[in-house]
Write a protein that binds this ligand. Structure first.
Ligand code: VGL
Ligand code: ZN
Length: 221
């Protein structure tokens, strides 16, 4: 199904396109590098006035790092009754390191806002809109919903890495915040590709549309 874009009402969200999520990086996503060129092409096409890039940006000793708990990466632990479970990751996207930079293949001159997330040591943040549960059981907003709304944005297109974590949570939160949300599925890749069906079901449940970059048409053709 073709989607006609409206440059002033639509925003493109580039989620965590960073070297640490590429093959060979600290938290590698299989084929993560395959999304960079098509995302760059979509940005360069001037079809969006508003492009936001999120940047995973953790302090050393972050709560999501397995090394902070003496555990192994990809284990799941209970942080606390209010905060719930945390998947543990290899140390990644440490503030100021090369792996945490935005990927050199992104046309940053087209990006209006760079939103850093996961910056509090005790709370992870998959979503660009809200942190994960904190020790008080709250999910603090990042301010992104208000920023988009003030600019008249009503619909967001989400792409980047990883499909099953930061893309999924960002798209779900966008829908919950009242935006129309569309995931550009071919411009994403998963940490756990064999569980892709779970992500698709969750997105649909949250009212997020799953589409492909080729479905986007410009206003008036
Ligand atoms: C991500 C795990 C940990 C992501 C970030 O960008 O999807 N996943 N930090
Ligand atoms: Zn992270």
């Amino acid at each position: 199904m073709k989607t006609t874009l409206e440059p002033r009402r639509d925003a493109l969200l580039l989620v965590d396109v960073q070297p640490d999520f590429m093959p060979g990086g600290a938290l590698p996503v299989a084929e993560g590098d395959a999304v960079v060129a098509p995302i760059a092409a979509l940005c360069a096409g001037a079809r969006f006035d508003t492009i936001v890039a999120t940047q995973d940006w953790h302090p050393r000793g972050h709560v999501s790092f397995a090394s902070s708990h003496g555990r192994r990466p990809y284990e799941v632990i209970l942080l606390g009754a209010r905060q719930g479970e945390q998947t543990l990751w290899p140390d990644h996207c440490v503030q100021g390191t090369a792996g945490a930079a935005l990927h050199a293949g992104l046309p940053l001159e087209r990006v209006s806002l760079i939103l850093r997330k996961g910056t509090r040591r005790e709370v992870d943040s998959y979503s660009g809109f809200r942190e994960n549960l904190d020790p008080e059981g709250r999910r603090a907003p990042t301010g992104l919903a208000g920023w988009l709304r003030e600019r008249g944005i009503g619909r967001v297109f989400v792409c980047g890495l990883a499909r099953d974590f930061c893309v999924r949570w960002t798209a779900e939160d966008a829908a919950r915040a009242g935006f129309e949300a569309v995931v550009l599925d071919d411009l994403t890749r998963s940490v756990f590709p064999d569980r892709a069906g779970e992500t698709t079901a969750a997105l649909e449940q949250a009212g997020v549309r799953v589409a492909r970059a080729a479905d986007l048409a410009r206003e008036n053709g």
